[in-house]
Design a protein around this ligand. Structure first.
Ligand code: ATP
Length: 235
């Protein structure tokens, strides 16, 4: 269980997150909906220890993450796949993937097993393993980004805008893969502009506006909510 309790984050004098309380139970796929700048990435950066919370608590499996080093948070099973992929374009697919396994580097056999799992999920990455990440299509680069996160063996995977900038058919495949990862037992926290597709595979969702959680509900509650439909689904 991942639980944020009254988490606030400031950038200088600007309060980006104000008393945010959200949770994801083990095995859930929880969606964060919100416009650009609402605070979704700030939530992920704070969970993964890259942003400092001004106040509040973030617990995973009962353990407090606030104050822990980012590498320790990955080691404990919470792995962040950032918005914009953040790959190393001049490095091969293989090297990018292996960076995700850094915290497990002493467990060579385990890393090899996880790599096989990633290649099973994304067969194209096996073919392109020696190609520089920068030479791949947008969809393939997103696969590398998700694959790299999976190399960290997440119990909880934080996915920030995985469908951003991808062609519709590729977006559809991306959501199928996310659903598959979740069905295999990984808890997923997913921030998406593509609200309809995200809600369809969600257990529950939150809506964030200007750093505040303004709504929370099950997939069906949010899909049927008129405000949500107007603001995020365009129907
Ligand atoms: P997007 O999808 O556009 O990234 P978001 O919902 O993820 O949007 P955040 O990136 O979390 O939003 O940003 C929340 C607010 O904090 C925005 O107003 C943004 O401009 C501001 N912000 C984010 N990072 C910083 C920073 N390093 N310094 C100052 N302000 C920041």
């Amino acid at each position: 269980m991942l639980q944020l309790d009254k988490v606030s984050v400031n950038y200088g004098s600007f309060r980006a997150l104000d008393n945010v309380s959200i949770h994801a139970k083990q095995g859930e796929l929880v969606v964060l909906l919100g416009a650009n700048g609402a605070g979704k990435s700030s939530i992920f950066l704070t969970i993964s220890g890259l942003n400092k919370a001004a106040s509040g608590s973030i617990k995973f499996g009962g353990k407090e993450l606030v104050g822990m080093k980012p590498s320790q948070i990955v080691h404990d099973g919470v792995v962040h796949c950032p918005e914009g992929r953040k790959l190393f374009p001049g490095m091969s697919v293989m090297k990018n993937l292996m960076l995700g396994a850094y915290v497990h580097r002493k467990d060579k056999e385990g890393v090899q097993r996880t790599l096989e799992e990633v290649f099973e999920l994304f067969p194209i990455l096996r073919e392109k393993r020696d190609v520089n990440a920068g030479a791949l299509s947008g969809g393939q680069q997103q696969m590398v980004a998700i694959g790299r996160a999976l190399m960290g063996r997440p119990k909880a995977l934080l996915l920030d805008e995985p469908s951003l900038g991808l062609a519709p058919l590729v977006v559809k495949q991306m959501f199928e893969v996310i659903e598959k990862i979740n069905r295999a037992g990984t808890t997923v926290l997913l921030a998406e502009q593509n609200a309809f597709a995200a809600l369809k595979i969600a257990s529950r969702a939150y809506v964030i506006e200007n750093g505040h959680i303004v709504m929370e509900g099950t997939r069906d509650e949010l899909l049927n909510n008129e405000q949500v439909r107007k603001a995020y689904i365009g129907a």
